[in-house]
Design a protein around this ligand. Structure first.
Ligand code: SAM
Length: 294
């Protein structure tokens, strides 16, 4: 019956005891709202025995609830003042097991993660892995790209992010926020908005609104060929959103005739803007470019 870390009292006590302060440059906004944290755990559908990768455990507010829900948690963190706090403040025993059997802290930039190597030995990698995180917002997009391009099979990604980014993930063609992130995600995953979380649930309070999104692999992901190459092509097509597709494609195909031929072959008007194109159009563009470069 301990007071959860995800509470204003306990968080304030930890902050005072260890003289920690939330580091803005690391995107530290700690959750102090147990309902919100349990909402994330529920959205992720954590069950006893689940293997969970967490990004940025902070002082452990979400980690603690993941453990109590039965999860086995491996967490990536970069702030060197946190290992001591996590070791002292997370429960010593979880379901009768010592903490180190249930929790592994990986002090490493998650953008440099090599999941297969980092998790081997702690997780059974023949079994599914879920990702759950209250993300550091300054690197939300690269983290999502990295997870999508990684070779590990995740059964779901439950991620708290800035609400604007959540909207980008779900955006459809024609929308102002439709772009490379929407396309990279939607070729592979279904996108569900699980809950919105207000400023007051954090310490310190962020200036932006937050939302929790659950990404689940599609039964039939789109066949985009080489994923990194596809994402690169899409990013270049959107390099300057206000410009035409033909204009943006200069980097991909420096030769004007090549560009015009490719667009004509695909029945795409050169004056179209990238945000008007369906995901299937980008797949065709990427395939055609791969063909030309063979
Ligand atoms: N999970 C905690 C919570 O909900 O209260 C903290 C979330 S806080 C928004 C983001 C966390 O990500 C911080 O603890 C921060 O130090 C960590 N972080 C920042 N950059 C990181 C990186 N490149 N790799 C791993 N963790 C990072």
């Amino acid at each position: 019956n301990r007071i959860p870390i995800a509470s204003p009292v306990r968080t304030a006590a930890i902050v005072n005891r260890y003289f920690v302060h939330a580091k803005k440059n690391l995107g530290q906004n700690f959750l102090v709202d147990l309902d919100a944290v349990q909402g994330i755990v529920r959205a992720a559908g954590i069950e006893p025995g689940d293997q969970v990768v967490e990004v940025g455990p902070g002082i452990g507010s979400l980690t603690e609830q993941l453990l109590l829900a039965g999860g086995k948690v491996a967490a990536y963190e970069v702030d060197h003042s946190l290992p001591e706090i996590l070791a002292n403040e997370l429960p010593e025993k979880v379901d009768g097991q010592d903490l180190d059997q249930r929790f592994k802290l990986i002090m490493k930039d998650v953008l440099k993660a090599d999941f297969a190597t980092d998790l081997a030995g702690f997780f059974d990698l023949s079994k599914p892995v879920k990702v759950v995180a209250n993300l550091p917002y300054y690197i939300t997009t690269p983290i999502i790209f990295n997870l999508l391009e990684s070779s590990l099979d995740f059964t779901s990604l439950t991620l708290m992010m800035q609400k604007e980014v959540a909207e980008r993930l779900a955006a459809q063609p024609g929308s102002k926020v439709y772009g490379p992130l929407s396309i990279a995600v939607q070729t592979q995953m279904s996108v569900d908005l699980a809950l919105e979380v207000g400023h007051a649930s954090f310490m310190p309070q962020p200036k932006v609104d937050s939302a929790v999104v659950v990404l689940t692999p599609l039964e039939k992901p789109a066949d985009v060929g080489d994923r990194k190459q596809f994402n690169r092509v899409v990013k270049l097509c959107f390099a300057q959103r206000r410009k035409t597709l033909a204009n943006n494609m200069k980097t991909l195909l420096p030769d004007k005739e090549d560009r015009e031929k490719l667009l004509a072959d695909l029945d795409l008007g050169p004056r179209q803007r990238p945000e008007q194109l369906a995901i299937s159009d980008f797949i065709r563009i990427s395939q055609a470019i791969a063909e030309m470069n063979k």
